[in-house]
Each structure stands twice: as C-alpha cells, then as structure tokens.
Design a protein around this ligand. Structure first.
Ligand code: AMP
Length: 538
C-alpha cells in the first residue's frame, strides 16, 4: 500500500513569517526603547518590519550571502530588534554576543563563528577597538547609536527603501547562533533553526509560558545577547505584544518604565529583581500595579522573592532552561488544582522549576549509571536530560552529536521530578558537594541562607576536607548595615536543612564573583577558596 500524503499548504516555518504577521495584524503596537543616554524613542511592529527589510537590502549590498554570520554586541533596544529580523531576512545567521565575556572568549567566539558583520552599541566601542586586530573575519563594523568609530546604523540604512522580499530557504536552515558561556573549555555554539525557533515561539506565547497576546506589554529584562533573550523577540511578534526595552538594567529606570508604560509582563534573572526590590525599599515605593506576570529563570529564584511577588498579586513563572534548549525547558505553570492550594503550598511549588510545556520532554538518570532512568517519585535526584524539537542536537562545527542515541541531551543539571511532572533542580553536576560519599545540594543551602534577613547573597561550595572528601563552605555577602555571625547563620540553617548539610564554616565577603551572564561563578569561588583551611575558619 502506498503511503497517502496529506494535502495541506506548504508554509515553511521560517521566522520571517513572525514579523510579517506582527506588521500586518498588530502593525501599530508600540516598541518603546529607553536608551543608555536616557532618551526614549518609539516605533511599532510595522516600523520594525520596514527597517528590517531595509537592513536586508543593506546586508545584500555588502555582499552578505545566506548562511553568513552577522554579529551583535548590544543591549536591548529597537535597532537591535530590527537587526534580529534584518539578519535572518537576508538569509543570514544572527549571532548575539555577550559583551561581558573575557577577551579570550570574545576572540574565540567571533573567529569560530567567522562573523562578517559586527553591529555594536557605542558603550561597547572600547571592546571593538581592542578586539579588531584579533577579528580578521569581520569586514564591516556598524554602530547602533553613534557615527564614531564606525558607520551609524541609520546612515547605513538610509539609501534603502524596504521594497524587497525576504530571502527564501528551507525551514531547517540555521537562523541564529548563541554561544554558551562555558565554565570549562571553549564556549560552544548552539545553532537554532527557523523551524525550531518558530515552534519555540508558538510555545512561548502559550499560557503556561509567557502567556502573551496583543494586550500584553512586555519588558524583557533578559538581555538580547543571553540565550536568545528567552525567545521573546520572536514570540512577541507572534503575539503582537507591545515591547518596552531598556538599554540599562537599573532598578529606578525599570520601575519608572513599568509604571509609565503600564508593563504587564516582565522576564529576567533573579539578581535583576533583587535590584528592583532594593530600589523600591530604599525609596519607600511599591511594585507598579500594572505588573501581572514575572517570568524568572537563569538561576534559582529565592523563595522570599517569590513570596513577595505573589503577595502583591503577581503571577510568578519560575522557569528553567538553557542556551541548548532555545532556552525554554520547564516553566512554573500552575497545576490543575491551583485554586485549592494554600498560599504556602503555592509558594513551595513555585520555588521549584515547574513542568515542561508541550514540546519538551525531561527525565532524570542515575548520576553514576546514566542508563538507569530514575522514577518520578519526588525523592530520587539524578542527572537531568531533555529532548524535543528545540533542543540542541549538535554544537556548531562539532563533528559529533551532543546527544545520546535516544536524542536525550545531558543538561549538566541535577534534579528530581515529582509524580505530577514538576522538576526540582537541586544542583549542577559540577557543583554538588560530595561529603562522605553522600550528595549535598549547594542550591538548597544557598536558598536557605538567602532567607535570613541579614543575607544579601550566598554561595555554597565544596572544599576539600581530609576526612569527608568535601565539606560545604558558605560564602556570604551581608546586607548593608546588617550584622550576623557565622554561628548565627549555621544555627538558622539547622532549621532548614539536614544537620549534616550545615556548612562547617561561613565566610563573609564584600562581593561574590559573577560570570558574564550574571550568575555566581562557582568556578572562581572554588579557586579563591581552594586552599581554605577548615581550622582557621571553623
Ligand atoms: P545558560 O545556558 O547560560 O542560560 O545557563 C543554563 C543553566 O542555568 C542551566 O543549565 C541551569 O544550571 C541554570 N538555570 C537556569 N534556570 C534555572 C532555574 N530556574 N533554577 C536553577 N538553575 C537554573
């Protein structure tokens, strides 16, 4: 018997459909940009599409071919958004670069990607000046907000009229490249496809994820250079949402923007929310009432933060993901019996990383024997694996696949899954502390410590111990003016974690090192305390 094919239309899942839809159906929905110099500009989805078409023409004029890489070193603003669609519109691959990476990483990434065009913000001009001699593949430099030291973006687009068509191609063509920050070894490039990006965008606007439609006003705090900005520039176009961009992540600026632009939904890492709360507390203000949903991820969201937002009526979506998963993996979606739960129960569920939306599958396997799939019993922790159409199969230019035969990708995270599918991340495989052969979750210790009123930031690391192999050391930054001793904190932790998990010592520091993406750098901390003597601090 011959296979009967379906007879529906060919409509390739290419991301240019997103901007066409946004311009056609939601053309006058605004895109607001608050620039680094304090000025503000406004355009809309129709304007973004028109400028992206002009950029497509300008790229072709430079000789850019489909598949060529176009890099950005930029914060969040409308010209950066134009570039996302303009680059892919010309058939190019958009490569967003984190400007906070170290020179050697910037050197490696740009040369590995073989970027041909570099668009950058004036504030990153020193990086460009410094790195230019090390970036031989880059032929053209364009500055988003200045005419020195490169061609100004608007000047570059000025000869173009936007009367052109997007480049066509296959839906499996690459459209975007993001490098993981890579705590060990060289950064690895994750190469997204038009198809994977479209499927991800459709999932992203659904209620369990960002829950966006054309009434939404989204302020993406997550930078456009971090994990594809959680897919928001693509998803926002599918929804036709209003976007409010800020090129600076300052608590006062963000609060003001949320208030004035009636922002309903925002997304960012926990540290940014801490900054926002600090601003509110210092100025006696309160969270703007328009805010309905906060999507938070990138690192674990402290319980106190979830509680505070929920008490103000904000829906919290505590999400987990990674560059390799485009990045949506799980979201803090409500359970079916949500309305029957107590406030405390709700906060407990939201403190975990939530459940996967349709399109992502997760499982945990034994840490020592990865062929053993662990039960979803809410008890047994193991290595988290993931698969789905927007999960990486192979890193850019790698010869081998990054997945197992069953397509499962090893995330490097450690967690457990509850019978209802809720994921609870307990650590990174590299960060778990192994004491006397038993695992201690550094994340659980940090979450508990941050609940103490005198603690501003806390990190737990395993330090060599002659008897136990490793014992936990807690590194703490106190809140300004707060006073607490190491013994006070250890006493406090006793009420929250198993006795043998309580760190043997607490060290107070002025600051904890962070990575280029704003996460605590355990690698640096471990180096800093590699020769820590237990007796001295004990
Ligand atoms: P990146 O690719 O830079 O976005 O980093 C991804 C990693 O961030 C994940 O593998 C996790 O270790 C961590 N991460 C992301 N979201 C969360 C979360 N909600 N809770 C704890 N860790 C998270």
């Amino acid at each position: 018997m011959t296979q009967q094919l379906g007879a529906m239309q060919d409509w390739k899942l290419r991301v240019t459909h997103l901007i066409d839809h946004a311009a056609r159906e939601h053309g006058d929905r605004e895109i607001v940009s608050r620039w680094a110099d304090g000025s503000e500009t406004r355009t809309n989805w129709a304007g973004i599409r028109h400028d992206a078409l002009r950029m497509t023409q300008a790229l072709r004029r430079l000789g850019i071919q489909p598949g060529d890489r176009i890099a950005t070193l930029a914060m969040n603003h409308s010209r950066h958004l134009v570039t996302w669609y303009g680059a892919v519109g010309a058939g190019g691959i958009l490569h967003t670069i984190n400007p906070r990476l170290f020179d050697d990483q910037l050197d490696y990434i740009v040369n590995h990607a073989e970027d041909r065009v570099m668009l950058f913000d004036k504030i990153w001009a020193p990086i460009v000046e410094r790195m230019k001699p090390r970036w031989p593949t880059v032929e053209h430099y364009i500055c988003f907000d200045n005419s020195e030291p490169a061609l100004h973006f608007e000047e570059w687009l000025s000869p173009e009229d936007g009367h052109t068509e997007w480049s066509d191609g296959d839906e499996r063509d690459a459209c975007m490249l993001c490098y993981t920050s890579g705590t060990t070894g060289n950064p690895k490039g994750v190469i997204y496809e038009h198809r994977s990006t479209m499927l991800h965008a459709l999932s992203a606007i659904s209620p369990p994820v960002f829950g966006m439609d054309c009434r939404s006003v989204m302020l993406p705090i997550v930078p456009m250079f971090h994990a594809a900005s959680w897919g928001l520039p693509w998803a926002g176009a599918a929804a036709g949402a209003k976007f409010v961009y800020s090129a600076v992540n300052d608590g006062a600026v963000l609060c003001d923007l949320i208030e004035r632009e009636k922002v309903t939904c925002s997304a960012g890492v926990p540290t940014v929310w801490l900054a926002l709360f600090q601003h509110i507390d210092a100025n006696g203000g309160k969270l703007p009432a328009s805010l309905e949903t906060v999507v938070c991820g990138g690192s674990a969201m402290p319980r106190t933060m979830i509680e505070r937002l929920m008490r103000q009526g904000v829906r919290v979506a505590h999400a987990w993901g990674m560059t390799e998963t485009s990045p949506i993996g799980t979201t803090g979606a409500e359970t079916w019996n949500w309305d029957e739960l107590t406030f405390e129960e709700k906060v407990t569920i939201k403190s975990m990383q939530g459940r996967p939306p349709f399109g992502v599958e997760i499982r945990c396997v034994d840490l020592d024997d990865p062929t053993k799939v662990l039960p979803r019993d809410g008890v047994t922790a193991g290595a988290l694996q993931v698969r789905g159409p927007w999960v990486v199969k192979r890193y850019f230019k790698a010869e081998d696949d990054a997945v197992t035969a069953g397509q499962w990708f090893d995330t490097g995270d450690v967690g457990l899954i509850y019978p209802d599918g809720t994921l609870h991340l307990t650590d990174r495989t590299k960060d778990v502390i192994k004491s006397g052969g038993e695992w201690i979750s550094s994340v659980a210790l940090e979450n508990a410590a941050i609940g103490h009123p005198a603690v501003s930031e806390a990190a737990a690391i395993g330090v060599f111990h002659p008897k136990w192999d490793e014992r936990p050391l807690l590194v703490v930054v106190k809140k300004p003016g707060a006073d607490v001793s190491g013994d006070d904190l250890r006493e406090f932790l006793l009420g929250h974690v198993a006795k043998w998990w309580v760190p043997d010592a607490v060290v107070f520091v002025d600051q904890i090192p962070h990575t280029g993406t704003g996460k605590i750098s355990k690698k640096d901390l471990r180096e800093q305390f590699s020769s820590y003597a237990w007796d001295a601090g004990g």
